[in-house]
Design a protein around this ligand. Sequence first.
Ligand code: RP5
Length: 164
Amino acid sequence: MKKVGVLMGSASDLELVEPALDLLAQLAIPTEVHIYSAHRTPAEAMAFAQNAEANGFAVLVAAAGKAAHLAGALAAETVLPVIGVPLKSSALEGLDALLSTVQMPRGMPVATVAIDGAYNAALLAAQILAVEDAGLREKLKELRREMAAAVLAQDKELQQKRGQ
Ligand code: RP5
């Protein structure tokens, strides 16, 4: 299976990125994780994206806060899909990162998830890989069934508490 590359702009982002890493591990998707900043280490970030296709990646996840350019900078260097995760790491509560990530100019798309949406970014990356992988599609369907079962269990508990 091809790999998912997960990049974050700073070590301080790691805690918010961990839900993505956990899900990718749970789904047994090969993953490589890096701290590369679009501002502080632009050469490394650019080289990673330029070589990503040759290095066996299928999709990149880029998480960053503040003036979050990482996802867009990677997208500029590869035609692999890039999923941006705006992080809440500033006084602006992540709105700055959301707009920086989502408002890409025509021709250079970044698939942007919610602020602090690392889990969904990993899920979307898995769904992209699953287009060509029936086994992975089955795992994703099982996850959906588990989610639905959890909600219905919560509903049942609520009904019991309220004596409905
Ligand atoms: C962004 O600036 C990083 O992605 C991080 O969210 C934010 C703050 O970085 P540090 O100053 O904590 O390294 O580039």
